[in-house]
Design a protein around this ligand. Structure first.
Ligand SMILES: Cc1cc2nc3c(=O)[nH]c(=O)nc-3n(C[C@H](O)[C@H](O)[C@H](O)COP(=O)(O)OP(=O)(O)OC[C@H]3O[C@@H](n4cnc5c(N)ncnc54)[C@H](O)[C@@H]3O)c2cc1C
Length: 475
């Protein structure tokens, strides 16, 4: 006997679970299917983000940052600790507990919002009754029918061709988040967000970390001035990044992993490490969805093809998050989930791709919204730039972290903010002011005229806005 719903969401990551909750808030009868299992085989909704992505990585970043502070910076405050040690098993256990709190939180939210949750794999069976029949293969098999289906099946880590993840020596993000002891030598292939964050965790805990990057520039998507400042800080910390390499043969044995590569000068080189994290991007996931059964169109990268409104080629079938085009970010997935639920309800859900913030949670943190200086040049836009260093910010001095700067880019004629780029302490939090400002089409002068609390890091944001007009007060 099939169960009827207004909306069935396949995938319970940030795209899927948020879409399900919003649809339920709008009065629809909603089911959400998610197959992620915790260690005991029970449901673990929240997807990559909650289980092996955003949340656990930030838990480990926090623990390792505390460790680094205790080891290197407490003494500056007059605190002596003696030898500081790290119990890696306890740190990983804490991370697992944080993940579980989030899994449980989502199950609670489903109950609160009357979303029916099904633990198992959801797959299309056929078009039926003016909608779609979806099979759930889990502990108990179920058949669901709905007129509207939202696919939010996420993404998987991309492996190097011919080099499968064994999660023991060659690690995806999953294995990188549960290394049991600090490796002496750790290799990372790919200096993107995940590579830098994971590399930072284990470097802080004492690993000798080398990051190999194929591209000739460091953090090519980041504003060049900001990326340079970040690179200086990483160099100082001892996080080695080699750019412009070409990866050759990778051999994994009992003793570790050997990576042959050609360096930027074209010379043969090799890197021997205990463990290797491969973080070269992610691929959209439609495994087991049985998209063919209903003729759901996939693109060249395996992504579900959607239009600007997240509509697929099939009436009533939508797709959101990592499984579609656009940045693979949890908050982008959430925004799309909300917008689709609202569109199904006849509202005008909207996602502004120009104001999606990006954050790299290293130390210093890197965060930005809008266009970079190199993009504005390429687009032929006339702009004014203003920067303010944390070195001249009282709160940063009190914190003992004066690395980095805030940078504003504003239209030369109208002063509208076109991009804000931050490298420094709490950049992840500071960037939201810039996102709000850009969403409201504010000018740099608007920010410069707003009262910011003193002493606070946000004063650097105000000062960078003042710098656009060459009138900083504290630098
Ligand atoms: C290490 C790491 C750190 C990250 N850090 C950040 C960060 O700090 N900030 C940020 O914004 N983003 C971060 N991301 C990216 C973020 O995790 C993704 O963008 C986000 O999870 C995408 O959400 P989603 O809902 O599209 O897919 P996912 O989170 O991947 O969720 C998809 C869900 O669908 C389930 N599923 C798939 N197929 C089926 C099926 N057929 N039936 C039932 N269930 C199915 C999966 O099991 C999974 O639970 C990080 C990623 C990684 C790997």
């Amino acid at each position: 006997m099939s169960k009827q719903f207004d909306v069935v969401v396949i995938g319970g990551g940030p795209g899927g679970y948020i879409a399900a909750i919003r649809a339920a808030q709008l009065g629809m009868n909603v089911a959400c299917i998610d197959e992620w299992k915790n260690a005991a085989g029970g449901p673990a909704p929240g997807g990559t983000c909650t289980n092996v992505g955003c949340i656990p990585s930030k838990a480990l970043l926090q623990s390792s940052e505390h460790f680094e502070h205790a080891n290197k910076h407490f003494a500056d405050h007059g605190i002596s600790t003696g030898k500081v040690t790290m119990d890696v098993a306890k740190m990983v256990g804490r991370k697992d507990a944080v993940v579980k709190q989030n899994n449980d939180g989502i199950l609670y939210l489903f109950k609160k919002n009357k979303v029916s949750f099904f633990h198992g794999r959801g797959s299309f069976v056929k078009a039926a009754e003016g909608g779609y029949e979806i099979k759930v293969a889990g502990a108990a098999e179920e058949t669901l029918v709905a007129k509207q289906v939202i696919v939010a099946t996420g993404s998987n880590a991309r492996a190097l061709p011919g080099v499968a993840f064994d999660e023991e020596h060659i690690l995806s993000n999953d294995g990188a988040l549960r290394i049991g002891a600090v490796p002496k030598k750790l290799g990372v292939i790919g200096s993107g967000v995940i590579g830098l964050e994971m590399g930072s965790v284990w470097r802080r805990l004492g690993a000798d970390v080398t990051v190999l990057e194929g591209l000739p520039t460091f953090l090519g998507a980041v504003d060049e001035q900001i990326a340079k400042e970040a690179k200086k800080a990483f160099d100082k910390q001892g996080l080695k990044v080699e750019l412009g390499v070409k990866i050759g043969e990778i051999k994994a044995g009992k003793k570790g992993v050997s990576v042959a590569y050609t360096n930027a000068k074209g010379e043969a080189a090799s890197l021997d490490v205990d463990k290797l994290i491969v973080s070269i991007g992610r691929v959209p996931n439609t495994i087991g969805l049985n998209a063919e059964a209903v003729g759901l169109q996939l693109g060249d990268r395996g992504e579900i093809v959607v239009d600007g409104d997240c509509k697929t080629n099939l009436p009533g079938v939508w797709a959101v998050g990592d499984v579609v085009r656009g940045p693979m970010l949890a908050h982008k997935a959430e925004e799309e989930g909300v917008a689709v639920a609202e569109r199904i309800a006849g509202q005008h859900g909207h996602v502004n791709f120009n104001t999606i913030p990006w954050v790299i949670y290293t130390s210093p943190e890197i965060a930005w919204v809008g266009r970079t200086e190199q993009q504005l040049k390429a687009d032929g836009v006339k702009y004014k730039a203003g920067t303010f260093p944390f070195l001249a910010n009282g709160r940063a001095r009190a914190l003992g972290d004066t690395t980095g700067m805030v940078k504003f880019l504003a239209d030369a004629a109208t002063d509208e903010i076109l991009g804000v780029h931050i490298v420094g302490p709490m950049a992840s939090e500071l960037i939201s002011e810039a996102v709000v400002a850009m969403e409201f089409k504010a000018s740099a002068e608007d920010i410069a005229r707003i009262c910011h609390a003193h002493p606070s890091l946000s004063e650097a944001t105000k000062e960078a806005a003042l710098a656009v007009d060459k009138r900083t007060l504290n630098f």
